[in-house]
Design a protein around this ligand. Structure first.
Ligand SMILES: N[C@@H](CCC(=O)N[C@@H](CS)C(=O)NCC(=O)O)C(=O)O
Length: 218
């Protein structure tokens, strides 16, 4: 039995929701409200499950009752890929697999952490920067990351980020594009990113995973 602790607007949980849908896996979705009352991710019960106090957390309970509690969306995606190989998210040859991972990590490690909620809250709270500066910070890291990715997609993209099959890169890109739109980043210069996003967002697995389609969306 799979349980996914997430939040409708969490990009990292969004990646995992897409994977579950693509692989046709049923999971109980549990909401951790990241803002209400200072953030439920910081409450003792959840922090015990995920000491980093971040979503997502995947819990997989096998038939004997053994429980795997897994944090970090990229580790969760690789676990799902290894355990449920249907609708593969990684190519099979070593070179393509490494390239897909590199592109996916360019979003998950270079863009996302800099624009995460706790970072933005620290900038406006402890550091005391104004909302305008926070927005400049957000836009800067999106443009730096998407600028590089756009060039790489020129070489690798087909219908999706890496050729004509959905891979881990698309699962990282779509939530990041959603987030960039939310923070009003002008993406018109990124033709490949926009084209791939449009293609992904026509697929049921992506549509069902959209933040606005989650039960905890407000
Ligand atoms: N590297 C982690 C990042 C997880 C993460 O940053 N989650 C965000 C939501 S997208 C979160 O829980 N933020 C809560 C906070 O910043 O307090 C992963 O990929 O799982």
């Amino acid at each position: 039995m799979l349980k996914l602790y997430g939040y409708w607007r969490s990009s990292a949980a969004y990646r995992v929701r897409i994977a579950l849908n693509l692989k046709g896996l049923d999971a109980d979705l549990l909401s951790v409200h990241l803002v209400k009352d200072g953030g439920e991710q910081h409450k003792a019960d959840y922090a015990k499950l995920n000491p980093q106090e971040l979503v997502p957390t995947l819990v997989d309970i096998d038939d004997s009752g053994n429980e795997l509690v897994l944090s970090q969306s990229m580790a969760i995606l690789e676990y799902l890929e290894d355990s449920y190989p249907q609708s593969a998210l990684l190519p099979t040859d070593a070179k393509s697999k490494a390239l897909v991972r590199a592109l996916a990590l360019s979003i998950a490690c270079e863009i996302h952490p800099l624009n995460n909620l706790k970072v933005l809250q620290y900038l406006t709270g402890e550091i005391g920067i104004a909302d305008e500066a926070k927005s400049a910070w957000y836009h800067h890291w999106i443009h730096e990351g998407f600028g590089a990715l756009e060039q790489q997609l020129e070489q690798h993209a087909g219908r999706f980020c890496f050729g004509d099959s959905v891979t881990l890169v698309d699962l990282c890109l779509i939530p990041q594009v959603y987030n960039a739109h939310r923070f009003k980043v002008d993406l018109t210069r990124y033709a490949n990113i926009l084209r791939v996003s449009e293609n992904c967002n026509q697929l049921d697995a992506f549509i069902q995973a959209m933040p606005e389609n989650q039960f905890d969306a407000v």
